[in-house]
Design a protein around this ligand. Structure first.
Ligand SMILES: NC(=O)C1=CN([C@@H]2O[C@H](COP(=O)(O)OP(=O)(O)OC[C@H]3O[C@@H](n4cnc5c(N)ncnc54)[C@H](OP(=O)(O)O)[C@@H]3O)[C@@H](O)[C@H]2O)C=CC1
Ligand SMILES: Nc1nc(=O)c2c([nH]1)NC[C@@H]1CN(c3ccc(C(=O)N[C@@H](CCC(=O)O)C(=O)O)cc3)C=[N+]21
Ligand SMILES: [Mg+2]
Length: 305
């Protein structure tokens, strides 16, 4: 008997994870949402509207905000952009949110974070009416999620969960390790995975031996903003790795590139499946924002839960 095919030998020595194509998943989801938006319009003569508020001129945020506007139109919704100067006062921002809360053309409101220093993100997030809080970051929706009650779920963790369920099916009993504990990503991710029946470990900046914890994760979600933090040997062989981090790095040739929190080239030889950056979680965040805006419009206009 001769040796096995060399490709097989190579794949055993250097197995390669399946790529989780968030971009394709998000494009499909956006198409479905577009159909539902048309049906909703036929029934109610209302087009779901999303207001996005960006204070200051952080170039990276401007790109995300423009992406959101583009995808909103692709789904047949209306988007209302509010680009405010860095010098905007708390009172001015609260007044804008008050108007958007009462505007019948607006069903979702998103205030891009982080806000410039001097603006209180807690007060501003909580000023958004809970029914229009499509980011799910206000205390009403965050509280509902913490208590396991229905509410609006933050877009990035929701997108990660959709990818995990589509890849793995049921998640019950799996050990999910989350690195990062922000209110935007890590904490709501932990609450969602707990509700799915996972055993959840959350690591953060003060965690001792995050690598040893990460190695126990059947699921590993990384959201720190620390690019390249997770090395290949942090990953349990065969794990599902979701890389939320996005950092723009400069290359020697003067160009820039987006990278995640996971050292992708190393991780891809250990993980069972992995999201790329870009093309992984980012597009899912936007698709879930559209999903949440349509759901909000249904509740506001239809009056149904
Ligand atoms: N793809 C997408 O759609 C999105 C991507 N992002 C990206 O995800 C990343 C995280 O965002 P966000 O959650 O808002 O960031 P935050 O800075 O708000 O939170 C980061 C979290 O990671 C923890 N952390 C930082 N460094 C380490 C470390 N070395 N080891 C363990 N824990 C660490 C922090 O701990 P502590 O609080 O104690 O300092 C904190 O809990 C960023 O790169 C951001 O750009 C964010 C949102 C959406
Ligand atoms: N209130 C609030 N809600 C948010 O959801 C929120 C926020 N503030 N502040 C900033 C972060 C970041 N974020 C992203 C969304 C989409 C992409 C995205 O589309 N990324 C593409 C690439 C985009 C590009 O090329 O620049 C991808 O990863 O493939 C990235 C990041 C939402 N955030
Ligand atoms: Mg922080």
């Amino acid at each position: 008997m001769t040796e096995p095919a060399s490709a097989e030998t190579a794949s055993v020595r250097n197995p390669s994870a399946r790529l989780i194509d968030g971009k394709a998943f998000a494009a499909n989801l956006t198409q479905t949402i577009a159909q539902e938006v048309r049906a909703f319009h036929d029934r109610h003569q209302v087009t779901p509207g999303l207001a996005v508020v960006l204070v200051g001129n952080d170039p990276a945020s401007e790109v995300y905000v423009r992406n959101k506007a583009l995808q909103t139109h692709r789904a047949g919704m209306r988007s209302f952009m509010h680009m405010l100067p860095e010098t905007t006062s708390q009172a001015e921002l609260l007044a804008l949110i008050g108007r958007l809360n009462h505007d019948p053309e607006i069903h979702g409101i998103l205030v891009q974070l982080p806000l410039p220093a001097g603006l209180d993100p807690v007060a501003i997030t909580n000023a958004i009416h809970p029914d229009k809080d499509v980011d799910g970051l206000g205390e009403v929706n965050a509280g509902r999620l913490a208590l396991g009650q229905p509410g609006i779920v933050p877009c990035t963790p929701l997108g990660c969960l959709m990818l995990l369920k589509s890849e793995l099916g049921g998640l019950r009993g799996l050990h999910a390790v989350i690195i990062g504990a922000s209110n935007l990503v890590g904490r709501p991710m932990a609450r969602l995975l707990l509700a799915e029946g996972c055993t959840v470990t959350v690591a953060h900046i003060d965690t001792r031996d995050t690598a040893a914890l990460a190695r126990q994760g059947d699921i590993l979600v990384v959201a720190t903003g620390c690019h390249g933090l997770v090395r290949g040997d942090w990953i349990k062989p065969g794990a599902a790795v979701i890389d939320v981090g996005i950092t723009r790095i400069s290359l020697p040739n003067g160009k820039t590139r987006l990278v995640g929190d996971v050292a992708f080239d190393e991780a891809v030889t250990r993980a069972g499946r992995i999201t790329p950056v870009p093309g992984g979680v980012g597009p899912m965040t936007i698709a879930c924002l559209l999903n949440n805006t349509l759901a909000a419009a249904r509740r506001i206009v239809g009056g149904a839960a």
